[in-house]
Design a protein around this ligand. Structure first.
Ligand code: BDR
Ligand code: CA
Length: 309
């Protein structure tokens, strides 16, 4: 099987952590590197968390430290959801390995090493990817596709209009959305459509080991974090984007012209989906609008159950 070269750009983050655990059990991908960005918490924490999660999973994937600030704005964190460290109440041993110092360079090199083949999964603010494209505007045409967890057609979670990953760095998002790379947007319309309920999480694993207990702990924490504001469940936004890459049939959607609001004080960070194609502008983004919840849950469980050995 030809493995699909992948860069996973993230800001772990409890749902990022589940995406990482699922990615580590995805031999379909050649995971070239995990690149970190400031988002849910600061860059020191997101990088440390990525290193720690690799060690818990027993995988040896390079982790590269990325942007500590959005392109033009002050950093905004989501520690009210992800806790001070980004992994809520989970405490892991200090990492034994160090991160590479320059995520932008790692992504740039991965694109050049895998022209027209590299896929990028970006589940945090899009600062690193925008910086790569700003550095060398010839690079986007060499990227096969970008899948993001971010945005949404109908509603926001950070503001009424904007989703967290986009609101944190809307200017970066604009650069990525306008880069001309086939872009798949897995946004809140689908990631908030279904979560794992506490009763499901309780029964999730039948084998107890370091990985399964860690995942179980995170899932339970997630219910607490977002389930307090919404219907009580663990909404695993970032893992859904990965699972879509592995099995696109879990989501329904279509190509639309999507623009980004960056100026308005009320709705900056909104991904404006031209649903009726009134602008007649090129359809630049595949937007996820529907979820096969049963299939999504079954696929997620199947991946995570691979740790039961
Ligand atoms: C997104 O924001 C972050 O808090 C999560 O990790 C996810 O990527 C959901 O809006
Ligand atoms: Ca994230």
């Amino acid at each position: 099987m030809n493995k699909r070269p992948l860069i996973l750009d993230c800001d772990p983050g409890i749902d990022d952590a589940i995406a990482l655990f699922a990615a580590f059990q995805s031999p379909e991908f050649d995971l070239i590197a995990i690149t970190t960005v400031a988002g849910n918490v600061g860059i020191e924490h997101t990088t440390r968390n990525a290193l720690q999660l690799c060690e818990v999973a027993g995988v040896d994937v390079p982790v590269a430290r990325g942007a500590s600030q959005p392109l033009f704005r002050q950093a905004v964190f989501a520690d009210h959801v992800h806790g001070k460290t980004g992994l809520r109440t989970l405490v892991l041993p200090a990492p034994t390995k160090q991160a590479l110092p320059n995520a932008v360079e790692v992504i740039r090199q991965a694109i050049l090493d895998h022209p027209h083949e590299l896929e990028i999964l970006a589940v945090g603010p899009l600062t690193n990817i925008a910086q790569v494209f700003l550095l060398d505007p010839t690079l986007p045409k060499l990227v096969k596709s970008i899948t993001i967890m971010g945005g949404g057609h109908q509603h926001g979670n950070m503001t009424p209009a904007g989703e967290f990953n986009i609101v944190v760095d809307p200017e970066a998002a604009r650069i990525v959305f306008e880069a001309g790379v086939p872009l798949h947007m897995v946004g809140l319309d689908v990631t908030m459509a279904e979560g794992l309920f506490p009763s499901e999480i309780d029964q999730y694993f039948s084998v107890s080991n370091l990985q399964t207990t860690t995942i179980h702990h995170i899932l339970k924490d997630m219910v607490y974090a977002e389930g307090k504001q919404f219907k009580e469940a663990a909404y695993i936004h970032d893992a859904m984007a990965l699972l879509y890459m592995l099995d696109p049939s879990i989501l329904q959607g279509d190509w639309y012209h999507v623009d980004l609001e960056t100026k308005s004080s009320i709705s900056y960070g909104k991904t404006v989906v031209d649903y009726y194609h009134v602008t007649k502008k090129p359809k630049n983004v595949w937007v996820a609008l529907g979820l096969d919840a049963a299939k999504y849950k079954a696929n997620l469980k199947e991946r995570l159950h691979r740790y039961q050995k």
